[in-house]
Design a protein around this ligand. Structure first.
Ligand SMILES: N[C@@H](CCC(=O)N[C@@H](CS)C(=O)NCC(=O)O)C(=O)O
Length: 391
């Protein structure tokens, strides 16, 4: 008996090491988040006692790096993005990939827009999340059996090509993460079959700086040193009050939480309008990652957030400055191809029956059409022309 145990010990230790090496690798900042995360599976669980929405930190925070000996070196066709057309955070990775000309370097799978039960055979498990297209699947209703029918696949949304996962939760589970949240975007390593990162702010930095050897726009730096301070400064108020601000309005579960969020959002919207009437981009004269981050929220504002998240104190189409700012970005090479307004609307309006029981999709003002009209932003600054972003 003892001898058998003795023989088995190295095997057990090897298996344990295997499990550890498959687990999310968390940086210093995310250790605390990881310990707090067990009960939080989706955004709708992230509520404070006062009814306010508190977004949880992403758990997978590895870096692709050119440095020698890096675990994740920037090889062509080694990495993959799992994204949703609807998700603003995923959208910014798609825009950065397009603007940096990395379409042939990093592959993409786009999940279906409407959340579904991720363990439909387990009556105790009510989690709903992103699912992959199922070309053989039947149309379905929303997660409380109403609305729709929603098709089980669309052209352009494909099944999981690597792990055979049915949904994003299964992707996380297959790489050893059973805690959630099961979010997109995911930057996935096809070689080591693991997640590199699920934090969009860091993924876009990697796409900007680490793939220049295979990028078709290597000279374009979306986070230039001279603007880093300005970028940090604008991100510090735009993110909480606008990008996350719309969610703070929409997911608020008390009047008090909503009132605070809408006040912050409205003030930030006005501040933005003022800023962009004087300078071409949010951090100065050059287009940066901070503009991509802002654009994805402004793009969804009039069609979704104004109605669904009750952000109806302002609208982008009522602000010539912000509308023209959005037009310029929409018209940059490759950006319009990343916009799928139908899926953006289908996701938001049909994925949270708490907010829209019957999943009715409002007609909306046709915001995307407005973005195809000429913009006037070149009257604001000349220096930006040097960046060759005007298409
Ligand atoms: N920190 C993440 C946030 C990503 C995120 O919240 N994604 C949402 C979609 S917009 C998601 O996948 N949510 C899944 C859920 O709430 O269960 C990032 O910026 O990359």
């Amino acid at each position: 008996m003892l001898t058998t145990l003795h023989l088995l010990l190295p095997l057990i230790s090897l298996m344990l090491r295997q499990v550890v090496s498959l687990s999310p690798i968390r940086n210093k900042n995310s250790v605390q988040a990881a310990t707090e995360m067990t009960a939080v599976r989706t955004a709708l669980d992230e509520m404070g006692a006062d009814g306010s929405f508190n977004r949880k930190e992403a758990a997978w925070r590895n870096w692709i790096s050119n440095e020698e000996g890096a675990r994740f070196p920037p090889e062509k066709d080694r990495y993959h993005l799992y994204v949703a057309n609807a998700c603003p955070w995923a959208h910014r990775t798609l825009i950065t990939r397009a603007i940096k000309g990395l379409q042939d370097v990093i592959s993409v799978t786009i999940v279906m827009p409407v959340w579904q039960r991720t363990k439909p055979d387990d009556p105790e498990d009510h989690h709903c999340g992103w699912t992959f297209a199922d070309p053989e699947g039947k149309p379905f209703a929303n997660s409380i059996g109403l609305g729709g029918p929603f098709p089980a696949s669309y052209p352009g949304n494909e099944p999981d090509p690597f792990l055979g996962a049915k949904n994003i939760r299964e992707v996380y589970e297959k790489v050893g993460d059973k805690d959630g949240k099961y979010t997109v975007p995911i930057l996935f390593d096809k070689k080591l079959k693991t997640i590199v990162s699920n934090e969009s702010s860091e993924i876009v930095q990697m796409l900007n700086s680490e793939f220049n050897e295979s990028s078709s726009a290597p000279e374009l730096n979306l986070a230039p040193d001279e603007l880093k301070e300005a970028m940090d400064e604008v991100d510090a108020w735009i993110y909480p009050n606008i990008n996350n601000g719309v969610y703070r309005c929409g997911f608020a579960k008390s009047q008090q939480a909503y009132d605070g969020a809408i006040e912050d959002l409205t003030a930030a919207f006005d501040r933005l309008e003022e800023l962009l009437s004087k300078q071409r981009y949010v951090a100065g004269d050059l287009f940066t990652l901070s503009d991509i981050r802002l654009f994805v929220t402004l793009l969804r504002f009039d069609e979704v957030y104004v109605v669904y998240f009750k952000t109806n104190t302002r609208a982008v189409m009522n602000s010539p400055t912000l509308l023209n700012y959005c037009r310029e970005i929409y018209q940059m090479p490759g950006v319009a191809d990343t916009v799928n307004m139908a899926q953006i609307k289908e996701h938001y309006y049909c994925s949270h029956p708490d907010l829209n029981k019957f999943s009715i999709i409002p007609k909306g003002p046709g915001f995307e059409k407005l973005l195809k009209e000429p913009h006037d932003r070149d009257t604001i600054s000349q220096q930006a022309k040097k960046q060759k972003l005007d298409g």
